[in-house]
Ligand binder design. Structure first.
Ligand code: ATP
Length: 424
């Protein structure tokens, strides 16, 4: 096939693309393994990225033999440290200059289920490749000196890279591990690839299995997804593949949610440029639950403290919409002062709010609101610390935001007047 890379071309590519130290290291690994009579390969994401001309220095090595011995040999010859994981047959070699290299033995002892008995699996490189998710991730490059740079590509990963395709290795792949559906979307988003028709069909056929993935894992996968891709296209894919539908969100809301995601992105990009506030990647995932008023359903996910805060704040904003009709900054402040920028903007994006710009104005303004009065000032005026304190401080801020007072002196005068009225 004319599209197949010759070893010579691949070696050139590696030399040009890999950082100098990584390149030298790979040669050393090959030589050391050959001395031990051990076939050795570079494997996984870094192989894909070399072929794509993308940077990646996550060096994963598979040795056909005992990888721990190889790691020890490397340390002996070139220094550094080795951390061994005897029961997994893996080792990490940390080089003298601090690079970290994972070496896996293709003779693996692995646990099918955490609680099950260990299952001993004797395998060669091809077994390792067969267990991977997609053809583009199931390639290896031989590192042994005598055949350095030979591409091992049993599933046609190279062709799929050329045709920008994500393809599973076998029909049961998504059933075996439904998290691969999230991974497929992630690689689509990252590289601008597309699942091939068969892969997409199998994804749809096994989508009902995603509800068995642990919430923790779903949470992680989704965060990674929204960090990598354009949120709107990611949301569209999650609907198209019926992921959201598994969690009770209707497909008919797709366009509405996509628009909300775009709004959220715009709110941050245009109005809050340089303001150092970013939507958390999970906010995008919460959008459909919000749009459909099913926030309780989102609680099924392993939410971090930050996610949970956002969820609780937006629930509060959704329950009491009076803030949407406030018509001065002071009123906004009374109603919204305890809520984060993120929750407020999120609610703006997800709901039909008539006067967005007034709310945004408030969010921006309060960022540089410095208190004119402190607790010490109130004590000086003869007040005792208590609930009245915060009410007075709030009133000061409201007045300040509405432009009724603007200096400390104004504030003190206002306070004295206020206390006089109270006492008379
Ligand atoms: P990234 O740049 O995101 O790290 P990667 O391809 O290196 O991309 P990892 O999640 O680090 O992704 O996984 C490393 C390799 O392990 C992948 O290239 C893939 O071959 C394999 N892998 C990871 N998760 C799975 C899975 N769920 N099923 C099968 N193989 C997987």
């Amino acid at each position: 096939d004319k599209d197949d890379l010759s070893t010579e071309t691949l070696v050139q590519k590696m030399e040009q693309q890999l950082p100098e130290d990584v390149w030298r290291l790979l040669k050393k690994i090959g030589e050391t393994a050959s001395d031990l009579n051990m076939p050795v390969f570079l494997i996984g994401g870094i192989v894909r990225d070399i072929l794509l001309n993308r940077p990646n220095d996550d060096i994963d090595i598979v040795a056909e033999g005992n990888g721990i011995l190889l790691a020890r040999g490397l340390k002996e010859a070139f220094g550094g440290e080795v951390v061994e994981h005897e029961s997994f047959g893996t080792a990490t070699w940390v080089t003298a200059s601090g690079l970290s290299i994972d070496v896996v033995s293709s003779r693996l002892e692995y646990y099918e289920q955490p609680a099950a008995l260990p299952e001993v699996e004797t395998s060669v490189l091809s077994d390792d490749l067969e267990r991977r998710d997609f053809t583009v991730n199931a390639m290896a490059i031989r590192l042994n000196a005598e055949a350095f740079g030979e591409l091992i590509d049993p599933f046609g990963g190279q062709q799929d890279l050329i045709e920008r395709r994500i393809t599973i290795l076998h029909n049961m792949s998504f059933v075996e591990d439904p998290t691969r559906i999230f991974r497929a979307i992630r690689f689509e988003a990252r590289f601008g690839f597309k699942m091939d028709a068969q892969t997409e069909k199998f994804a749809l056929e096994s989508i009902d299995k995603v509800i068995y993935v642990s919430p923790q894992r779903i949470n992680e996968e989704l965060k990674r997804l929204f960090k990598e891709g354009d949120p709107k296209s990611v949301i569209r894919r999650l609907f198209e593949l019926h992921v959201f539908q598994q969690f009770g969100i209707h497909g008919e809301h797709m366009e509405l949610v996509c628009t909300a995601a775009e709004d959220l992105q715009k709110l941050y990009a245009h109005h809050l440029q340089g303001q150092n506030v970013q939507p958390s990647s999970f906010a995008y995932f919460l959008l459909p639950f919000f749009v459909e008023e099913k926030l309780y359903a989102a609680k099924k996910f392993a939410l971090t403290k930050k996610d949970l805060n956002l969820l609780e704040e937006t629930t509060a904003l959704q329950a009491d919409k009076s803030w949407q009709h406030a018509d001065n900054q002071g009123d906004f402040h009374r109603l919204l002062h305890g809520l984060s920028d993120e929750a407020i903007l999120f609610s703006l994006a997800a709901g039909q709010v008539p006067e967005q710009s007034a709310v945004i104005g408030y969010v921006l303004r309060r960022q540089d609101l410095t208190a004119l009065l402190t607790g010490a000032d109130l004590m000086k005026a003869g007040l005792k610390p208590g609930p009245a304190f915060s009410e007075i401080l709030m009133q000061t801020e409201v007045k300040q935001l509405n432009g009724d007072i603007s200096t400390k002196q104004d504030a003190v005068e206002w306070l004295n007047g206020y206390l006089c009225n109270k006492h008379s």
